[in-house]
Design a binder for this molecule. Structure first.
Ligand SMILES: *[C@@H]1O[C@H](CO)[C@@H](O)[C@H](O)[C@H]1NC(C)=O
Ligand SMILES: *[C@@H]1O[C@H](CO)[C@@H](O)[C@H](O)[C@H]1NC(C)=O
Length: 416
């Protein structure tokens, strides 16, 4: 049986541990957590808990003839995503050769197992046996089968959503034909399935250009427009809006298909739901990414992106759909996050919307009200020793907008 010791020689972490945590692990017949810094006596059954990423140990159970390996009964299949997650949690633990904790005066040298060794153990146990793509293929089959029970399909969607957060899984989803199945499911007769598939698509698309391209080719953009037009009951996080982020080609097509006009209608009719916050955020993000290339891009990519973005006339389209008139009123919303998005969006639109903003009755008063409100809230943050707090940031945003607004007033209303 493996002899295993974990030790954390980081003094700051050691300081936070209780005295009793540092002593040698006291094994029992049940699995117990092995704390960082604890020495594990030889001859114990040690395992990695894949849910928590923590090491656990117990006495070997000789009566039932436990050979030290996992018995057939408590064996379960872990997908490689679960294993990767567990291994990531483990990363913080030091590996290598080190002395055993302070209470162990005999300072036995004990060997630590490296991540590579752990990985090998997993492979030997066959835990990598079922790759994520096989799991996803099964889930997709269930989702595509409209004769399956609703509860089973819902569960399959939740599982799939969990998997596609990983970039390579999202790409496998494309290879498995998952996009067309999910786009089809966006049109399912059951609302839960429509919602769930939109949610999965949104997760797979987030910051994943490869999937975005495939999704547009698979007709997702048209579906998005139809959804916006016909399914206003769809919960907000379920719209596959991430399709548009950092993807100028999709943005242009979206504009061509009248997407902005649909979003603008929702902005008008949907002010009580968080949907309009998402819409304002999306507009801000799209305006911002157009002028601010990602710093990690190569020069050639920046040039190419700039060329693509230059073909998108989002600003004039927002102007045309009355955003300049709508935004100032949205500042009245009581929710701080909502206001933050509106403030940012207004800052981006300041020049394009100058006439509307300058003639908006009550905008100056609203800005003054927000300033005094956030001055108060930022002051209490100061007292609580949080000088860089959230409300201080809000105060800064309002003041910046006020400055821009004053500058406009000077230029365009010189006699006011
Ligand atoms: C999904 O189901 C439809 C209708 O039953 C079928 O025509 C299609 O081939 C299925 N797609 C996949 C990838 O299994
Ligand atoms: C959606 O469903 C309707 C009727 O249920 C059908 O006419 C339409 O073709 C479907 N659209 C897609 C994209 O599957």
């Amino acid at each position: 049986q493996e002899d295993e010791v974990t030790k954390d020689d980081d003094e700051s972490i050691m300081d936070t541990l209780d005295e009793e945590d540092i002593v040698v692990f006291q094994p029992t017949n049940t699995w117990q957590r092995v704390h960082p810094g604890q020495g594990v006596p030889a001859g114990l059954h040690v395992r990695l808990n894949l849910q928590t990423g923590e090491r656990e140990a117990k006495l070997l159970n000789k009566e039932v003839g436990d050979s030290g390996g996992p018995s057939k009964g408590d064996c379960r299949v872990f997908s490689s995503t679960e294993l990767k997650r567990a291994l990531k949690l483990l990363k913080d633990e030091p590996v290598g050769q080190a002395e055993v904790g302070v209470s162990e005066k005999d300072s036995r040298q004990q060997s630590f197992r490296s991540m590579e060794e752990l990985r090998k153990d997993f492979e030997e146990l066959g835990l990598f046996a079922e790759p994520d793509s096989a799991v996803m293929a099964r889930l997709l089959e269930v989702i595509n089968d409209t004769k399956s029970l609703l509860e089973v399909r819902r569960h399959a969607l939740r599982e799939l959503e969990y998997h596609v957060h990983q970039v390579d899984n999202a790409q496998d989803l494309v290879k498995l034909g998952g996009l067309s199945i999910l786009v089809r499911a966006l049109n399912d007769s059951m609302p839960d399935i429509r919602e769930g598939s939109a949610f999965v698509l949104g997760s797979a698309l987030s910051s994943n250009p490869h999937v975005q391209v495939q999704a547009v080719e698979g007709g997702l953009l048209q579906r998005l427009v139809v959804l916006l037009a016909t399914d206003p009951s769809l919960p907000v996080p379920c719209l596959p809006l991430p399709l548009l982020r950092h993807f100028p080609y999709a943005q242009r097509r979206f504009l061509d298909l009248g997407g902005v006009s649909l979003l603008s209608n929702l902005l008008e009719t949907d002010r009580d739901r968080p949907l309009w916050i998402r819409i304002v955020t999306l507009a801000y993000d799209m305006l911002w990414e157009k002028v601010k290339p990602e710093s990690q891009w190569e020069h050639a990519e920046k040039v190419e992106r700039a060329r693509q973005y230059s073909a998108i006339s989002l600003l004039p389209t927002l102007w045309q759909h009355g955003w300049c008139k709508r935004l100032p009123a949205l500042l009245e919303h009581p929710d701080h996050d909502a206001r933050e998005k509106v403030l940012r969006c207004m800052a981006e639109l300041m020049r394009a919307c100058r006439e509307e903003f300058l003639s908006a009755s009550g905008l100056q008063a609203a800005l003054e009200r927000l300033q005094s409100e956030y001055q108060g809230l930022a002051a209490s943050e100061q007292i609580e020793n949080e000088p860089e707090g959230y409300f201080n940031g809000m105060l800064y945003s309002v003041q910046e907008l006020q400055k821009q607004f004053d500058k406009l007033s000077e230029i365009f209303l010189p006699n006011a």
